[in-house]
Each structure stands twice: as structure tokens, then as C-alpha cells.
Design a protein around this ligand. Sequence first.
Ligand code: DAT
Ligand code: MG
Length: 140
Amino acid sequence: MERTLIIIKPEGVQRGLIGNVITRFEQRGLKFVGLKLIHITPELAEQHYGVHKGKGFYAGLVKHITSSPVVVGVVEGPKAITIVRTSMGATNAAEALPGTIRGDYALEIGFNIVHGSDGPETAIQEINLFFKPEELVDYS
Ligand code: DAT
Ligand code: MG
């Protein structure tokens, strides 16, 4: 079993895609063990996107993710990290295949609807950044 962090970004919330994105992960078979609506602070955004510091798009990325509320969730399942990434589609929405979230709902890299952790270590870091242990449920 793996756990991974997902974020429905400001444009996803504003466009009314919360239910749709959650449904896609649920229908894939993943279980939500954490879920909340929050407004990300600049401090939290800088921690979350710290790996991109120094890149040309960093300032815009932080500004955008803090611009309005987002949904953050933790999903669980076998190979959850890879399954979320492949369900999301390519980072650059122009290259994302139809059938993926980005391929069905996004046009631009800067408005690509959804975030998913990119590996086992970042998944643990990102889950701990956004959720306290007591905010995560256990179905077993
Ligand atoms: P992903 O979100 O697929 O993990 P990433 O970690 O490389 O992609 O980048 C994080 C986010 O930053 C991405 O979802 C959108 C934005 N981004 C990445 N590369 C960009 C670029 N060249 N121009 C503008 N925004 C970019
Ligand atoms: Mg990433």
C-alpha cells in the first residue's frame, strides 16, 4: 500500500471540478484517507514547491497556488503514487493524453488542475506538510 498527496489547484476548484477529480481517483479504486479545503499560505507554498526555487516559473507558481482555495487530499492504494501520476497526465497539459485529468480539462502548463506527489519520499514529505497524523483515517 502507498499513500500520496493530491491537490486540486485553484483553477480546478474555481471551475467546479472538485467532485469530478475526486470521482476519478475513487473510481480508479483509490481510497481517500485525508481530505480538506484550505487556502495555502505563501510559507506553505514555498515549502511545498521548494524544489522549484530558482526556476523562472517559481514566483508565478507560488502566487497562483496561494491565489484562492484548493482541495488537498491523501489517497491510498497499491502503487498509488504512479496511479495518481498517470491519471493526472503530463505536466504540460498540451501534451497530456485524453482520458487523463489534465488531458481532459486543461490547456496550459500553469493551469493544469491537479498536483500529485512524484515519488515515495516526496509523498511522505508532502503528506506531512499538509496533514497532521490525526487528520488521516484508517479503514482497517
Ligand atoms: P508536476 O505538477 O507534473 O509534478 P512539476 O513538479 O515539474 O510538475 O512542476 C510543478 C508545477 O509547476 C506544474 O504542475 C506547473 C508548474 N510548471 C512546471 N513547469 C513549468 C513551466 N515551464 N512553466 C510554467 N509553469 C510550470
Ligand atoms: Mg511535481
